[in-house]
Design a protein around this ligand. Structure first.
Ligand code: 1GP
Length: 231
């Protein structure tokens, strides 16, 4: 079931509980035809803000996922939970320390059928996530392919997330990554601020994630859904 469901994801909107959005906009995103609404962010993520967004999204039939970044903000009631595992982090918390703490607290309560681990490769040095996790971003293509192989072939994680948060990545690199990945689904997020970029990255990534554009140009963000489904 899980692999099949992941394969159905071509497009997702990522809502940051720490950024302003209206209930009407959430409604439109839910009814846009996107494959899922992902709720998560890096800084200032609280239980209350996350729960508020979930309440708004839950009024519609959209699939809703929480990407967990703070143990204090895990909210029950999502369809699925995505757990980031940042493979190029140099701060060990983001490799397995936080996960160990989480499982010490909640290990017995977790329904593992609802959980997917994302092998993150963080590539934009300027992003909050790179700074927080102290990710090693001075990488050439061969370095990135090695990280992709760790996620895909060594750890066999369901998701390889190529994260450029706030900047547009190199599509040629995505093409090379697609060529070597065998079983992980490739998520791409970062700097998609036009229809052309959304279509371009969809050629190589199984799933594209639209974040900032929701807050910068809502109407344009909405248009990325239709165009992806025509790729
Ligand atoms: C962020 O990958 C997502 O985690 C989306 O990136 O905000 O740059 O669209 P943007």
């Amino acid at each position: 079931m899980s692999g099949q469901w992941l394969s159905s994801l071509k497009h997702m909107f990522k809502l940051d509980p720490n950024r302003p959005i209206t209930e009407e906009q959430v409604k439109q995103l839910c009814e846009s035809g996107t494959d899922a609404i992902l709720i998560g962010g890096t800084l200032g993520i609280t239980y209350d803000d996350t729960a508020q967004l979930l309440r708004w999204v839950r009024k519609y039939s959209a699939t809703v996922l929480q990407e967990v970044s703070d143990l204090k903000a895990i909210v029950p009631g999502f369809d699925y939970y995505f757990i980031p595992f940042v493979v190029n982090a140099q701060n060990p918390d983001w490799i397995l320390n936080i996960h160990q703490k989480a499982l010490k607290m909640y290990g017995e309560l977790i329904n593992w059928n609802q959980v997917f681990v994302e092998g993150y490769v963080v590539l934009n040095q300027q992003s909050s996530v790179a700074k927080l996790t102290e990710s090693r971003t001075d990488l050439d293509l061969e370095d990135v392919l090695a990280y992709a192989r760790i996620v895909d072939q060594m750890l066999k994680l369901p998701i390889l997330y190529i994260e450029y948060s706030g900047a547009y990545g190199n599509p040629d690199w995505l093409k090379e990554i697609k060529n070597i990945v065998q079983q992980s689904k490739i998520f791409y997020g970062g700097g998609i601020d036009s229809i052309e970029k959304s279509v371009e990255m969809s050629q190589y990534a199984d799933t594209i994630i639209i974040g900032n554009l929701i807050y910068e140009d809502f109407e344009l963000a909405m248009k990325t859904v239709k165009n992806i489904n025509e790729v």
